[in-house]
Each structure stands twice: as structure tokens, then as C-alpha cells.
Design a protein. Structure first.
Ligand code: AMP
Length: 273
């Protein structure tokens, strides 16, 4: 596995290959969720590039940028074992300069749910993803459904800017008890780790209700809130796959989303129905 520290180093290495590239952007502290994206890219492409970059512009003032977990040695081994060809591990100054042009999230879809809770977050995400896609020029880029709104906005950016890359969405990987894997799970203490299960349980409750024929989003959200108690819930929402509000679940076109805080740790999860 080759390691590139700067965009020009990465571009020089890529010039030596003629094959099409699969790309997995991450912020590191890799877990099995990341690994599922990497493995799919390795399966589908001759060359796989993984980036590890904790992008400062997607963190709001007071968020966990300074304490975001960093495990570069372990991450390097995971990538190497998984068959990654190039690990791209740039510094902030290699990616950003002063007074830049930015990508701005759309007014409606970019400012509900995560965009409402974290104003400016998606501008940072879209800007860095645009940069990374331009540096790597992959044929395919792999993203988790765990970050459903991020995925939808990246798909919209690729469409709106006529970018030549296929975005491949992959399923959320969970612990055996249902907790969605996240680099932030390591912040949870034992009690919070148990409480966090209420999030996936509330989504299971929603699935059961839909299977019983309950489609009213109001009714489903109320039942989910009961399961989530006494967590500090930021939102429970049911939207279409294009993030429009729904009065009734449309099977095959709906996403049920939850964001909740456990102490200072903010977790999100969702279910595609
Ligand atoms: P991050 O390192 O948190 O920026 O995540 C990098 C990529 O991994 C994103 O596309 C995430 O959606 C994806 N990802 C994070 N957690 C999971 C998970 N539990 N299952 C599948 N993909 C995930």
C-alpha cells in the first residue's frame, strides 16, 4: 500500500495506473462500517484509494474537532490488510487555503434535520467532498447510508455540478445488539452505551409498526418517542428518499431518522423503508 500525504503526491501515484479508481473518503478511527465500504470498493475496482482527513470545516464551534479520535497506525494496518492501494492522509494546509470558494448546501434540504442542528455542517462536508473527488477523480465513490442526509446531498451535488463519478450507497453496519457503528461510540460510558440502544430499538419499533400496516408518520414518531425516553432527542423524522416531509410512510421511498444526545455525545441513526 502506498501512502500519499499531499494532493500532488496522490495525483503522481495515480498517473502510474491506467485502471479506474474506487474511492472511500473517511475521517479515520476506522471501524467495520468503513471497512464494508473499503471491501466493496476493493471488490469493484482495480485500484482503491482511502482518504483519512478530519475535515475542520464540517465541525461547528464547540463540537468535538479537537478530541475526534485518531488511530492512524491501526487505520494504516486495516487499510493495508483490506487491500487498499493508496492511503491519502493530507494535512489541513494541503487541502485548504485562506479565503476560499466554498460549496453551499441547498436552502431547504441542506438546512433541515442535521443541517438545522448543525448549521454550516453540510457546507463543510460538500466542500471537502468536492475537493477530494477532484483530487482522486474516481469512477466510483462509496458512502454509508448511516449518514443519509449527507449521502443525499452528495448525490445532489454530483448531479447539480455534472460531476463524472458514481456515488455508491452502502448499508449501515451495526453491533450485534443493534447499535450503529460510529467513530463517536468510544465516547460513551457504560450507562450511555446501554441507553444508546434505545435509538436502534426505536427504529425497530417503527419497522414493526409499518409491517403491521401503520403508515401515519405522526403515530409512528409518537411511538418511537416513547421507546426513546428519557434520552435527549434532537429529532425523530420521517421523510422521503429526497428528504421531503411525509404524512404517510411510502414503502420503498421513506427514511426514518433519529438524532439523540447521550451526555456530550451526539448519535444519529436511520432506517430505509
Ligand atoms: P466518517 O469517517 O464518519 O466521515 O465516515 C466515512 C464514511 O463511512 C461515510 O460515508 C459514512 O457514512 C460511512 N459510515 C460511517 N459509519 C458507518 C456504518 N456504521 N455503516 C456503514 N457506513 C458507515
Amino acid at each position: 500500500m502506498k501512502i500519499a500525504k499531499t494532493p500532488s503526491e496522490l495525483k503522481d501515484i495515480l498517473k502510474t495506473y491506467s485502471s479506474s479508481v474506487g474511492f472511500v473518503p473517511t475521517m479515520g478511527a476506522l471501524h467495520h462500517g468503513h471497512l464494508s465500504l473499503i471491501e466493496e470498493s476493493v471488490r469493484e475496482n482495480e485500484i482503491t484509494v482511502v482518504s483519512i482527513f478530519v475535515n475542520p470545516t464540517q465541525f461547528l464551534e464547540g463540537e468535538d474537532l479537537d478530541k475526534y479520535p485518531s488511530k492512524i497506525d491501526a487505520d494504516e494496518k486495516i487499510c493495508s490488510f483490506a487491500g487498499v492501494d493508496i492511503l491519502f492522509y493530507p494535512n489541513i494546509n494541503d487541502i485548504y487555503e485562506e479565503d476560499e470558494i466554498k460549496v453551499i448546501a441547498p436552502n431547504v434540504r441542506g438546512f433541515i434535520l442535521e443541517g438545522f442542528s448543525r448549521p454550516g455542517h453540510f457546507d463543510g462536508v460538500l466542500t471537502v467532498v468536492m475537493k477530494l473527488l477532484n483530487i482522486v477523480s474516481p469512477a466510483k465513490a462509496y458512502f454509508g447510508k448511516k449518514d443519509a442526509q449527507q449521502l443525499a446531498l452528495i448525490q445532489q451535488m454530483v448531479k447539480n455540478f455534472f460531476m463524472d463519478v458514481e456515488i455508491v450507497p452502502l448499508e449501515t453496519v451495526r453491533e450485534s445488539d443493534g447499535l450503529a457503528l460510529s467513530s463517536r461510540n468510544i465516547y460513551l460510558n457504560d450507562t450511555q452505551r446501554v441507553d444508546a440502544l434505545k435509538i436502534s430499538k426505536s427504529l425497530k419499533t417503527a419497522t414493526k409498526l409499518v409491517m403491521q400496516g401503520v403508515l401515519s408518520t405522526q403515530e409512528i414518531k409518537e411511538k418511537m418517542q416513547l421507546v426513546l425516553e428519557p434520552l435527549e432527542v434532537e429529532y425523530v423524522s420521517i421523510v422521503s428518499r429526497s428528504f421531503s416531509p411525509l404524512k404517510e410512510v411510502e414503502i420503498g421511498n421513506s427514511i426514518i431518522l433519529v438524532a439523540a444526545r447521550l451526555g456530550s455525545t451526539r448519535l444519529i441513526d436511520n432506517l430505509w423503508v
